[in-house]
Design a protein around this ligand. Structure first.
Ligand SMILES: C[S@@+](CC[C@H](N)C(=O)[O-])C[C@H]1O[C@@H](n2cnc3c(N)ncnc32)[C@H](O)[C@@H]1O
Length: 363
């Protein structure tokens, strides 16, 4: 343990350098080299690099969460000893605090440096069309590989599936009366939600699942009765009409897009929301009149999202959603959107986590 009372200024500066400066510099050089190699295609992004990226991401979450929690506890203990006048123990706690702070910096500082450099780096690579992590995030070893399973369990706790059936039946009762219904999920990922809905729904529904990411391990299996099909390959929801044509279908009755293609169709650089309108145009072409697009519409405050992220990243606990809903993400672009206003009637149904936005095609 470091005894802070006997440290000279130069000892302290040396310690700061070895625990903060050197890890920062090493990680900075590593991240920049990594980015340059990817940018100039000296190396390609592989399964191993994807896994490394995921591991570092987890290390950032765990190390920050536990370091801050433990440092906070040590500080509280130190304050308690100091208030009680037990100065020897207060000074020992101070030494524990300094020692722990320096040693956790050795893990936190480099992982955090990598995280910030590569956050910017990956965005730049995406803009240049060099690398799209959406492809990589959801495959085995990717950062979001476990996301659908965690969400599936959370939605089950919230009775999301039963509410989905009741609420959509209410708003789109005309569809449930049809003799045959085509239910398309263009960004199904593992298809957990769809599997559950398939179990609950009447068997006259034909479920068609697709996704842009291929090689998603553990995804739902196509059923031999022809009522539940997960189409193999990479299918971009932006081309849904031609994707359906490849399956011999010209249109659908329900398109369910939960935190998928529409969610990804816009980002902070999109000022006009043209990405959102583009997907709506495509879905419009792929729907019968009277058909509906269903998206998730829970209203989340940023402090709730931050709390949920902290608990998930630090303790692997799913307290709720860790990102805003599709509706929240696109709301600014769909209010007063000429195309959507002209062709869809919008209704919001359900409460809390189970809130949905339903766009019914009227022309
Ligand atoms: C967060 S997951 C959601 C998956 C699923 N809807 C769910 O709720 O479990 C997002 C999925 O959207 C897919 N995706 C993103 N953009 C897409 C696009 N343009 N076309 C099809 N799929 C897309 C990703 O590949 C990923 O599997």
């Amino acid at each position: 343990m470091i005894d802070a009372s006997v440290l000279t200024i130069s000892d302290f500066v040396k310690l700061l350098f070895w625990c903060f400066g050197a890890p920062f510099l090493i990680s900075l050089v590593f991240s920049l080299m990594f980015w340059i190699f990817l940018r100039f295609r000296v190396i390609s992004f592989t399964y191993g690099l994807n896994l490394m990226n995921t591991i570092i991401d987890r290390v950032v979450g765990y190390s920050i969460f536990w370091s801050l929690s433990i440092l906070g506890l040590i500080l509280l203990t130190m304050a308690a000893f100091w208030i009680l006048g037990i100065l020897t123990l207060a000074s020992i706690s101070f030494n524990v605090f300094v020692t722990f702070l320096l040693y956790c910096a050795i893990v936190v500082i480099p992982s955090l440096t990598y995280y910030f450099v590569m956050e910017q780096g990956f965005n730049a690579l995406k803009k240049r069309g060099v690398l799209d992590l959406k492809d990589w995030d959801y495959v085995k070893g990717g950062k979001l590989y476990r996301w659908p399973d965690a969400t599936y369990k959370y939605l089950k706790r919230k009775k999301w599936y039963n509410d989905f059936l009741l609420n959509t039946k209410d708003v789109a009762s005309h569809i449930y009366k049809l003799s045959n219904v085509v239910f398309v999920s263009p960004s199904a990922n593992k298809g957990r939600i769809e599997e559950k809905l398939y179990d609950l729904f009447p068997k006259k529904f034909d479920f068609i699942l697709m996704d842009y990411s291929q090689n998603i391990e553990g995804k739902a299996i196509t059923k031999s009765n022809g009522k539940f099909t997960y189409v193999d390959g990479s299918y971009d929801g932006n081309n849904l009409k031609s994707n359906l044509a490849k399956l011999g279908m010209c249109s659908s009755d329900i398109i369910m897009d939960i935190r998928g293609c529409i969610w990804y169709s816009t980002d902070k650089d999109d000022d006009t929301g043209e990405g959102v309108t583009r997907v709506f145009r495509e879905y419009h072409k792929s729907l019968k009149v009277g058909g509906v697009i269903i998206i998730d519409a829970v209203q989340l405050k940023s402090k709730t999202i931050t709390r949920n992220q902290i608990f998930y990243k630090g303790m692997n606990l799913v307290l709720g959603f860790q990102e805003i809903s599709t509706y929240q993400k696109i709301q600014g672009f769909i209010d007063n959107n000429d195309f959507i206003d002209k062709h869809f009637h919008t209704e919001i149904v359900g409460e809390g986590s189970n809130r949905l936005a339903i766009f019914k095609k009227i022309s």
